[in-house]
Design a protein around this ligand. Sequence first.
Ligand code: ATP
Ligand code: MG
Length: 391
Amino acid sequence: MKEIILIKNGEIALKGLNRGNFESILIKNINKKIKNLGNFKISRSQSAIYIEPIDNNINIDIVLDKLKDVFGIATLCKTFVLEKDFEKIKEYAITKFDHIFKNISSFRVDAKRADKKFPMLSTEIESKIGEHVAQKYKNLSVSLKNPEVNLTIEIREKFAYIYCGKIEGAKGMPIGSSGNGMLMLSGGIDSPVSGYMMAKRGLQLSAIHFIAPPYTSDKAEEKVKELALKLSRYTNIISYYSINFTEIQLAIKKYCDENLFTIIMRRIMILISEKISVLNNIDCLITGESLAQVASQTLQSISCTNEISNIPIFRPLIGMDKLEIIDIAKRIDTFETSILPYEDCCTIFTPKHPKTKPDITSVKINESKFDFMPIIEKAILSVKLEIISNY
Ligand code: ATP
Ligand code: MG
């Protein structure tokens, strides 16, 4: 009998009438992720998705490894499919997992009976199969609380499934099911993590990055694109927008009070990001801000930057500690790239004493000292777009 991948849906399973729509998006995302690995038959039923390799040369472990980054999946496993015949299940239990059972000392059997017409109860299946396995493998004892391996048997609609162990999925909602978001991506540790967190809630990400040549180097932008590439592992593709910010920064430096430099710069970044978003059907911004982390992230500074935007700004890291953020950055593999020592346009011309409690009235008075709109429009018109993808 064949071996397939069995996927259990995460939060989607809790949805009501529109669950089917979420499942369709998830299946589309799964398909995109694995289509280069061969031909598969993908089907769904009872909050599960079945992926059956059609070509003979498909390495199912590589497919599993790719799928563990797809949002919307709670768990995945490699499973044998067999007829709903108890004698067959018994036979598989002792013949198919030799390589595992020989090398461990404790196990347990979990049986799930989605097909309530199956003539045996779950507890009955568990005890009989457990006994049968323990008889063959004398090195094994049953541990209900802390087994090294779970042997799972699921009696579903059409077939029975038997497998050892499962992998945790990426959880969250399928990419694209919540709409489109524009990640303001710097080269730092925080913004890639915030992009990951909002992608996990189902946003298809685009990214915008501000450069200030010659004050920022090509290498610094390469690093940011590398971060976008690493994120695209979770988000299908990323449309990457690059904005030349030099002229604007020089004008702020020339015309505005030094202690408000950062806040005005950040307001204009948000304004430009919003305009590019609206032009491209993107309905929210995402930043890596965390309350009180730096002067531009105090409550008053965040109020001032918020004020300029007409679309929501999501800040998923707002209540997080830097060490917690670093843990996620390591887990999603952006940390090592983020700590490469390149400059960001935010860190050039930083004032000696940035205002930690700016008020919107003096910020606006400062901004009116120069007509920024023409150079903002010019920066928007010269935006560069690149499609970044991990496939
Ligand atoms: P990060 O680690 O993400 O760089 P940070 O703690 O260094 O964040 P800031 O430099 O104040 O904080 O930036 C705050 C947020 O502004 C960033 O998380 C990011 O979303 C955005 N940002 C900063 N610099 C840029 C840039 N050059 N291009 C686009 N967005 C940026
Ligand atoms: Mg930064």
